[in-house]
Ligand binder design. Structure first.
Ligand code: CA
Length: 232
């Protein structure tokens, strides 16, 4: 995707919004800006966008609710959640509602722009649909055309990022995938970045696909190294 990528910023604090818009435009992105979750949902009904930058704390419905509604509608737009509180609880809540990444305020502008670039790069990974693109392991069946997972724990609509990570694991069955490799290839981060994002994703995958997430048999931890996938 070129730098022309359309970004929708949902931020109610004018001085923060102005700073982000300025810097995103300096990078060459097209930015639209709204100040509430309701107007964001309205905007997305009318316009395509490659990335949604979503403040958690908003007047009216909050960022979590926006996420939830978009994913329920089957909208798979990449979402970067901005949280003011920086609480682990908020981050996990955001990610489990379908956000792809989060950044706690106050954040470093350079890191913000790196995350934006990373998410836009990933949204290009989506492959064109083909007739038979089904992943099966254990009691799980994932349709890559519509991102629908049917599992023993119920049906889940997966995000693009969840699909990407899942494919990476399945294509490397039995092999160690280090944290650094995942951070670099999936999030575009330096391999030694300290972040809980990856751990939160593994928690989500286990919640979807493991019969007992506390005793995983598919998404295995290799202590101190990373993870290994087994079809089980
Ligand atoms: Ca706010």
């Amino acid at each position: 995707m070129s730098k022309q990528a359309a970004i929708l910023l949902v931020e109610d604090e004018p001085h923060i919004a102005q700073g982000l818009i300025y810097n995103l435009q300096e990078e060459g992105y097209q930015v639209s800006h709204v100040e509430s979750g309701e107007t964001a949902l309205e905007h997305l009904r009318e316009h395509d966008c490659a990335l949604l930058i979503l403040d958690l704390m908003l007047p009216g419905i909050d960022g979590l609710e926006v996420c939830r509604q978009l994913r329920q509608q089957g909208n798979q737009v990449a979402i970067l959640m901005l949280t003011a509180r920086g609480e682990e609880q908020d981050r996990i809540a955001g990610l489990s509602e379908g956000a792809d990444d989060y950044l706690a305020k106050p954040f470093n502008l350079k890191e913000f722009l790196l995350r934006v670039a990373g998410l836009l790069r990933r949204s290009r990974w989506q492959q064109p649909p083909t007739a038979d693109r089904i992943i099966r392991f254990g009691c799980n069946q994932i349709d890559l055309n519509n991102h629908l997972a049917k599992t023993a724990n119920g049906q889940f609509q997966l995000t693009e990022l969840e699909i990407k990570i899942l494919q990476l694991f399945v294509n490397n069955e039995g092999k160690l995938i280090t944290r650094g490799e995942l951070l670099q290839s999936v999030w575009g981060l330096q391999p030694d970045t300290e972040t809980r994002t990856l751990d939160n994703f593994i928690v989500r995958l286990r919640k979807y696909f493991e019969l007992d997430p506390t005793k995983p048999c598919h998404f295995l931890t290799v202590r101190g190294r990373g993870y290994r996938f087994s079809k089980g």
